[in-house]
Design a protein around this ligand. Structure first.
Ligand code: GTP
Ligand code: MG
Length: 273
């Protein structure tokens, strides 16, 4: 039977979201977005002036998502312009250049700037973060390895992807995971789904691996004072071995950290009477 009832619009099927890109100048934020939206790469550096804005439509399962992309300038000079644009974001692309350690180190400051500008709105659990370790095509100049980047990201409940805007590696996979997580979050009442936050390793494990990577010598690595006794070295070793044993610990970099601890203990015990 024909009726004159207006067609029911299924609001569940369309969604509008806002995403932003963050990271130091020249790490490749604009190129990553351009590679995804326009399928091309621009080798010449054209610094973003303040903000670039674009809209794209994507399909996630049965939903059409309208994505508003705010591509931020990384240069400190544009702080006054970009600080307006943090609020109401559902997704953040955090980008660093795997060949520039300071761009990796700067990720904490970018999160800090974002929290500060969002003020009381700063509920980081309602935002999906994806870390892009970019420029992986330039293998010879790489200084931040996958384990280190992945650990930083996953210990915070963030996604981690290795990307190259130049070759396209990782770009589609990264955006698909990004938009699908944002959709999950919106369907989950604005909270990041728990499965993503739980990463299968503890903060203590992540912090210990980071500490081991940055230790200056074998004493420091085991967390004992120079000149410690055999018992002290063995006790410290056992504690770390339990925490980091590859059968027990799935944190990125745990295997290398475990091996380093075994070697540190061996070399210390050789020289202790
Ligand atoms: P700001 O807008 O100043 O914050 O910089 P941005 O992060 O947007 O950097 P942009 O995307 O403009 O890229 C900076 C430079 O890095 C450009 O010369 C790009 O061609 C180059 N670049 C970006 N991504 C890659 C990549 O994956 N591989 C290589 N080899 N070069 C890249
Ligand atoms: Mg840019």
């Amino acid at each position: 039977m024909e009726t004159n009832a207006p067609k029911r619009r299924d609001n569940k099927k369309s969604l509008r979201v806002k995403v932003i890109s963050l990271g130091n100048a020249e790490v490749g934020k604009s190129c990553i977005i351009k590679r995804y939206c326009e399928k091309r790469f621009v080798p010449k550096y054209l610094a973003t002036i303040g903000i670039d804005y674009g809209v794209t439509k994507v399909q996630v399962r049965d939903r059409e998502i309208k994505v508003n992309i705010f591509d931020m300038a990384g240069h400190p000079f544009f702080y006054e312009v970009r600080n307006e644009f943090y609020k109401d974001s559902q997704g953040v692309l955090l980008v660093y250049d795997v060949g520039l350690r300071e761009s990796f180190g700067a990720l904490d400051s970018w999160l800090g700037e974002m929290k500060q500008e969002m003020g009381s709105q700063a509920n980081m659990d309602s935002i999906v973060f994806v870390v892009c370790a970019n420029k992986v095509d330039l293998t010879k100049r790489r200084v931040v390895d996958e384990g280190e980047g992945r650990l930083w990201a996953e210990s915070r409940g963030f996604h981690y992807f290795e990307t190259s805007a130049q070759s396209g590696e990782g770009i589609n996979e990264m955006f698909q995971a990004f938009f699908s997580s944002i959709t999950d979050m919106c369907e989950n009442g604005g909270k990041r789904p728990v499965s993503e936050v739980s990463v299968g390793f503890t903060k203590e494990q992540a912090d210990t691996i980071r500490r081991i990577r940055n230790s200056k010598d074998s004493w420091d690595m085991l967390g004992v004072k120079p000149g410690a006794t055999r018992e002290e070295v063995n006790k410290a070793y056992r504690k770390l071995a339990v925490l980091l044993h590859p059968d027990k610990c799935v944190a990125p970099g745990s295997e290398d950290a475990f091996k380093a601890v075994v070697n540190a203990r061996t070399s210390l015990l050789k020289n202790i009477k």
